[in-house]
Design a protein around this ligand. Structure first.
Ligand code: XMP
Length: 521
């Protein structure tokens, strides 16, 4: 079953996911063109596709080979819906296969930039020059295009770089228009959406709010909703959206898990009670969390403990309030994509606190509302702004659910939390003062339980290390380490070593993602 998103507009593009690493990018590019796009696993039934009434279908790329046994395919019925289809890379093979063309493994694999030549006039390439730089990533290639299809573009290694059957409005491209390196990729998608499918660029955050509010009202009826609030952008935007939809039937539970940033609890209470005037239930459970974390050094264990303890505290509060019908979460698209993907993650890199077993059980029984589930972080920021939230809040750096616990390498103790809070507060203050905060995706301090020798005054010291982690990124899927001006780094380091007790050394993390991750644990 497709999990329903509150706020689905009537015109939408359905992306059948064959497991490409770029599938999310397809959705993103299309939404940048103000058309709503949704990703579904390629296996969903034809009945479900028909019920969803997509205005266009895109078949994504994928890691498989079509001539492998049990290669993923979609039923041929979708091509009879009368809805335009665009197959991308593996999606092109699916089209070719369905219409009885031929595909073969090739010794000339093509990865990276390539030049294509547009051979014949096609609506897909309208307004573009004859020669185009595109991003290729394939091992197989089309050897015989299917009957009824024209080859409209070629590259050196792929004679069939784009095909079309304009009558049936079925198209296929060997390259990836969704990747930035395909220089005119957006123009190609625009041609597909507007010229070929006849869609209107009418999806934006304003329309998202209106349809979201309506959908939440329809789903909740006269029920009550309990929202787990962290105070960050995602849960705050979720709260404000729910408040618009159901007002005082929304209860926000803010749990202090003992691993928040300095003064965070006070700030959140102030914001929600005074400014936003929401029903806020504050629970200081820090002792409880810190007790559970005692002696635990394993990163995944820490994540599990915090995730589960949170849901326990949350449920206890729920019982105190009495009846509640739905649980709401500020889950974003990248948080759930792994459960949508066809192949699933080959490895759980980091477990997500919004997907602990207790929550999964509630999701199964249809009692979880996640209005931001299809959005990326930058889209949530635009939404927050549209909902009238202050810039300062909307542009806050992401802060993980397990909080400082995953920024303290090894065991989490009260003392270490206090040390890290101080160091982190100085770091944030200085990057704000230098006007760098908004330029960075994230910057934070990490506590390393490594002791090294120093000298302060005339005294020998033997204390711990703080690592500074700053990155630039568009969506946290990939990230580059950020280079700060020397004088800013000097000031941060001086202040941390002089002002934070127990720290005598500051180091800089210069690792990109991948192969590192943004957080240390
Ligand atoms: P990594 O460390 O995987 O992080 O490169 C990518 C982004 O996700 C944030 N992050 C989390 N956010 N709960 C969250 O809400 C979590 O458990 C979690 N783990 C990582 C991280 O801060 C970065 O922005």
């Amino acid at each position: 079953m497709i999990e329903h998103l509150p706020g689905i507009p009537t015109e939408k593009v359905m992306i059948l996911d064959f497991g490409s690493q770029y599938t999310q990018l397809i959705a993103r590019r299309i939404r940048e063109l103000n058309v709503y796009a949704e990703i579904v696993p390629y296996r969903i039934s034809f009945e479900e596709i028909r019920r969803e009434k997509p205005s266009a279908i895109i078949l994504s790329g994928g890691p498989s080979s079509l001539y492998e046994k049990n290669a993923p395919r979609t039923g041929a019925e979708i091509f009879g819906l009368g809805v335009p289809v665009l197959g991308i890379c593996y999606g092109l093979y699916v089209v070719v296969d369905a219409f009885k063309g031929k595909i073969k493994g090739s010794s000339h694999k093509e990865y990276g930039r390539a030049e294509i030549t547009i051979r014949e006039k096609s609506k897909l390439f309208k307004g573009l020059k004859k020669s185009q730089t595109v991003w290729m990533s394939h091992g197989d290639k089309v050897t015989t295009p299917p009957p009824g299809f024209r080859v409209v573009a070629s590259s050196v290694n792929a004679e069939t770089a784009a095909i079309e059957n304009s009558e049936k409005r079925i198209y296929g491209v060997q390259f990836h228009p969704e990747v930035y390196h395909t220089v005119h990729g957006s123009a190609i998608l625009r041609n597909f959406l507007f010229d070929i499918c006849g869609l209107k660029p009418s999806w934006n955050m304003k329309s998202f709010i209106a349809s979201s509010v309506e959908a939440i009202r329809a789903e909740v009826g006269d029920g009550t909703v309990l929202l787990g609030l962290s105070g960050g952008v995602d849960s705050t935007v979720t709260a404000v959206l729910l408040d618009r939809a159901i007002g005082k039937r929304l209860f926000c539970v803010f749990v202090n898990n003992g691993v928040l940033r300095k003064n965070e609890a006070e700030q959140v209470i102030e914001r929600f009670k005074r400014h936003l005037k929401l029903n806020l239930i504050y629970v200081d459970a820090s002792n409880r969390f810190l007790r559970k974390l005692k002696g635990v050094g394993n990163p995944e264990k820490k994540r599990q403990i915090i995730g589960r303890e949170f849901i326990r505290v949350f449920m206890e509060e729920a019982r105190k309030i009495g009846r509640f019908d739905f649980l709401a979460q500020g889950t974003l698209y990248p948080d759930v994509i792994e459960s949508v993907s066809t192949k699933g993650p080959s490895d759980t890199i980091k477990s997500h606190h919004n997907r602990v077993p207790e929550v999964l059980k509630l999701i199964k029984s249809g009692r979880v509302i996640e209005p931001l589930k299809e959005l990326f972080k930058d889209e949530v920021r635009v939404l927050g702004k549209e909902l009238g939230l202050a810039d300062e809040l909307v542009h806050r750096h992401p802060f993980p659910g397990p909080g400082l616990a995953i920024r303290i390498v090894g065991e989490v103790t009260r003392e270490r939390v206090a040390t890290l809070q101080e160091a982190d507060a100085i770091l944030i203050e200085e990057i704000r003062a230098a006007g760098l905060y908004r330029k960075l995706w994230q910057m934070f301090a990490v506590f390393l339980p490594v002791k090294s020798v120093g000298v302060m005054g005339d005294k020998r010291t033997y204390e711990n290390v703080i690592a500074l982690r700053g990155v630039t990124s568009v969506d946290a899927m990939t990230a580059d380490w950020a280079y700060l001006p020397e004088e800013v780094m000097r000031k941060i380091s001086n202040r941390i070593i002089n002002e934070v007790r127990g720290i005598n050394r500051v180091v800089l993390d210069i690792s990109s993602k991948p192969p590192s991750t943004i957080e240390w644990e």
